[in-house]
Design a protein around this ligand. Structure first.
Ligand code: SF4
Length: 410
């Protein structure tokens, strides 16, 4: 029996892709190894969203070759899409498979049986909440982003395939599914007839034992009136929207080729909060975009303060070859300034998070418990629908239990 090991970097879509490959290999009798054991085959699903992701991806290639010099190493994912040369420099014997050919990996390693196709997923290893990929690719070409270059144009999975995967996940015991994609909001626009995210959500709501549906990152420009209405009425759709800001300054947003102004964004958030009481907003901010002056950064700080997000993922600008912004080298912000801005924004983000959460302190809310607290035996942690991480003490096993408890996050 051949043994296999998976290493995955990056976004929920990449994690979904690995789970889909995992299930394919396990269905064909491969045994998955974890920890330090050397395996016959390694699949490294790489990410290239930042320079750091590149080096971490290559680090796993080295680690696999060290662990088993005779191993069959497959390197796939976004780094493999455009930077095969970098991978070959690290390990010339690796099999490099581009994102779009991921589904053919098992064929290349097993048989020449043409019928082999991926069947989607029915489980999600190591997770209590399952990520379900519904869309891939992006047509937006934000000037700093390499993703459209490595994931291709936007394309949606047929609705009934998603519903069937969701049913399989629920059969495996998952109570919450996180719908994920590279550009989630463009779901269904390429399907004939065209459909939207709300159509999909309405089909998924019919699955009895599926208790929660969560949306992963969605662009501001893709949030429709229909989606806001669905969020305000649905019993299953979580009151949580992750809407990237990237910058709070109109000049920087323009240079980033983002499809909204700071006023558009602010008005959208005000409308969402008005129509969906208790909704949580989480977001991404990119600090140090080429040409970002102190005044531009202060506009970002001001917008974040006004939105009061539960969480801010803060990214330092990372030049990505092949992107429009990479041409602006002479306008790049010095690293020490980026670091300073990161720390300043982090402090503000922590204050906003506490300001948002404290309105729920002590209130009884439904929490889907995910795991025991490693630092406190007897305590369990999980998320409310509006994504507050709650800790609760219990002598019972609360894993994957959805129960009402007083909110405590201290
Ligand atoms: S929307 Fe912009 S940032 Fe997001 S994946 Fe597409 S190009 Fe990249």
């Amino acid at each position: 029996m051949k043994t296999i090991k998976f290493y995955t970097l990056g976004c929920k879509v990449n994690q979904y892709d690995t789970q889909s490959l995992r299930e394919d290999f396990l269905r064909r009798g491969f045994k998955e190894f974890a920890n330090g054991k050397a395996a016959d085959i390694y699949v490294i699903n790489t990410c290239t969203v930042t320079a750091r992701a590149d080096s971490e991806s290559l680090g796993f290639v080295r680690k696999a070759r060290r662990e088993n010099p005779a191993a069959r190493i497959i390197v796939t994912g976004c780094l493999a899409e455009l930077d095969a040369r970098k991978i070959e420099q690290v390990d010339k014997n690796s099999l490099i498979v581009r994102n779009r050919d991921k589904e053919s990996i098992i064929q290349r390693l097993t048989t020449n049986d043409q019928r082999l196709t991926t069947n989607g997923i029915s489980h999600f290893k190591g997770h209590t909440r399952a990520f379900l990929k519904i869309q891939d690719g992006c047509d937006n070409f934000c000037s700093y982003c390499k993703v459209p270059l490595v994931r291709g144009r936007s394309r949606s999975k047929p609705l009934m395939e998603i519903v069937s995967e969701a049913r399989d996940l629920v059969k495996s015991g998952f109570k919450e599914i996180v719908l994920t994609g590279i550009c989630l909001g463009s779901y269904g626009k390429d399907l004939k007839p065209e459909i939207g995210l709300v159509n999909l959500i309405e089909e998924l709501e019919k699955i009895g034992q599926l208790l929660r549906i969560r949306l992963s990152s969605i662009e501001a420009a893709d949030i429709s009136e229909a989606l806001i209405l669905k969020l305000s009425r649905s019993k299953k759709l979580c009151r949580h929207l992750h809407i990237p800001i990237q910058s709070g300054d109109d000049n920087v947003l323009k240079d980033m080729h983002r499809r909204y102004t700071r006023a558009d964004y602010l008005n959208l958030i005000k409308k969402i909060k008005r129509k969906i009481p208790g909704v949580a907003i989480t977001t991404d901010v990119l600090v140090g975009f080429p040409g970002e002056l102190q005044g531009n950064f202060e506009n970002t700080m001001d917008l974040v303060k006004k939105i009061m997000p539960l969480k801010v993922h803060i990214f330092p600008y990372s030049r990505r070859e092949g992107t429009f912004a990479a041409q602006d080298r002479n306008k790049e912000v010095p690293v020490h300034m980026i670091r300073e801005r990161l720390l300043t924004l982090k402090k503000l983000a922590d204050t906003c998070a506490m300001d948002y959460k404290k309105q729920f302190l002590g209130k009884k809310m439904e929490v889907l418990f995910e795991e025991g607290c490693k630092d406190s035996p007897g305590w369990w942690q999980g998320h409310t629908d509006n994504y507050i991480l709650v800790r609760f003490r219990s002598g019972r096993n609360l894993k994957n239990r959805l129960i009402k408890v007083p909110v405590d996050f201290r």
